[in-house]
Design a protein around this ligand. Structure first.
Ligand code: NAD
Length: 365
């Protein structure tokens, strides 16, 4: 309102949203409580662009509401950067459902979530995330069409994310060595799940040598059997002497303890929030390691989601995902030109892209 005093949100420190450490001028934050079905969820829309904000729903047994809020604020901000860098006509969002994924995801709970998503009229579009699988999304879809990842033509996001990581790796190799060939290149893949296993296949087909680790040893061994990979212990994967380290499991794997132990020249993987702190981007830079920002390398999944939302079927999807390589080249060149870290350059290129596009006026364009 004109004349109304502005609230200095930096001075709020009352455990609420505006004063939360991870609050970054998020446009909308919704707390969803459905007492009948025991549902406690939070949706954060960091930026709504073209009437939409995209991002999956994570299910986790957060120890406190503050931990859930912090996660959803941080993850939704990351989605804005991810979707902007990927050139998608939407902003970034995320939802968290508080609870143990093994017990909280009853049909009633998922349908309740679906009704919440539906009530937002397409402004927030959800998908699977950690703790949620395609079958869960199919239940959510009984209540709303604003849930992605169940199209038979496009399939689940993991393999598309892997294709994007592969494209990012090619760009980083080209930047480093002047050739994108994987012949003679060794890659250490941390996590042999949905993304990691497909990434190993792509790398094997391209002629790379592989080292793989997973806390689920059988999973690692299954992937190794079909890709001639060597299996190592999970705690040893980051310190392998390789050309590329690909984190495809957990966040915060690049930190003050692990970075001095890295023996790779390039880090490119799908895991979200790989840097434990912003200072870890500087640590990688100081060691001369090329880091392809996680939200750049892992955009294949959200690109496939947008493709589904646009009703385009499969046509043109692979090319759209391959464009991650072009963006990676732009970011790495910009870092070199400005003499800054690749993490900072990714932020700058993303901010340029989302600043250029207008905010949407309507929730249903
Ligand atoms: P997933 O659950 O299918 O696979 C993760 C694998 O990592 C599992 O096999 C798990 O056992 C393993 N793991 C867990 N802790 C480990 C450790 N300490 N060391 C080694 N392995 C460990 O998940 P996913 O879909 O393959 O996603 C992988 C990562 O990429 C996650 O961080 C996810 O948030 C991120 N991501 C995924 C997508 C997608 O489309 N699936 C998109 C963007 C980002």
């Amino acid at each position: 309102m004109p004349g109304e005093p502005m609230i200095d949100t930096r001075r709020l420190n009352d455990g609420g949203v505006f004063g939360a450490p991870d609050f970054d001028r998020h446009e909308r934050v919704l707390f969803w409580h459905d007492a009948d079905h025991g549902v406690r969820a939070i949706v954060a829309m960091h930026r709504v662009r073209y009437g939409r904000a995209l991002g999956g729903c994570r299910v986790a047994p957060y120890p406190t509401e503050a931990a859930a809020l912090s996660d959803v604020l941080r993850l939704s901000r990351g989605m804005t950067y991810k979707t902007a860098l990927a050139g998608l006509p939407c902003g970034g969002a995320k939802a968290v459902l508080i609870g143990d994924p093994r017990t909280v995801k009853t049909e009633a709970t998922l349908r309740s979530l679906g009704r919440m998503v539906e009530s937002l009229g397409g402004t927030y579009v959800t998908a699977e995330d950690v703790g949620m699988v395609a079958d869960d999304v199919a239940v959510i879809r009984r209540e709303t069409r604003w849930a992605l990842g169940t199209s038979p033509e496009i399939g689940t996001s993991g393999p598309h994310t892997a294709a994007g990581v592969f494209a990012a790796m090619r760009a980083a190799l080209e930047h480093r060595h002047g050739t994108a060939s994987f012949a003679g290149i060794t890659v250490a893949v941390q996590g042999a799940g949905s993304v990691g296993s497909r990434l190993c296949e792509l790398l094997h087909q391209a002629g790379a040598q592989l080292i793989v680790a997973d806390v689920d040893v059988e999973r690692a061994q299954r992937v190794a059997a079909s890709t001639a990979a060597v299996v190592v212990k999970p705690e040893a994967i980051h310190s392998q002497r390789v050309d590329i380290f690909a984190p495809c499991a957990l966040g915060a794997v690049l930190n003050a303890d692990t970075i001095p132990e890295l023996r790779a020249q390039i880090v490119a993987g799908a895991a979200n929030n790989q840097l434990a702190t912003p200072a870890d981007g500087d640590r990688l830079h100081a060691r001369g390691i090329i880091y392809v920002a996680d939200y750049l390398a892992s955009a294949g999944g959200v690109i496939s989601g947008m493709h589904e939302l646009e009703g385009r079927g499969r046509a043109g999807l692979d090319e759209r995902i391959a464009s991650i390589g072009k963006t990676a080249t732009e970011v790495l060149s910009e870092a070199q030109r400005l003499g800054i870290t690749t993490a900072a350059a990714a932020d700058i290129v993303a901010e340029r892209r989302f600043d250029k596009t207008p905010r949407a006026a309507s929730a249903n364009p």
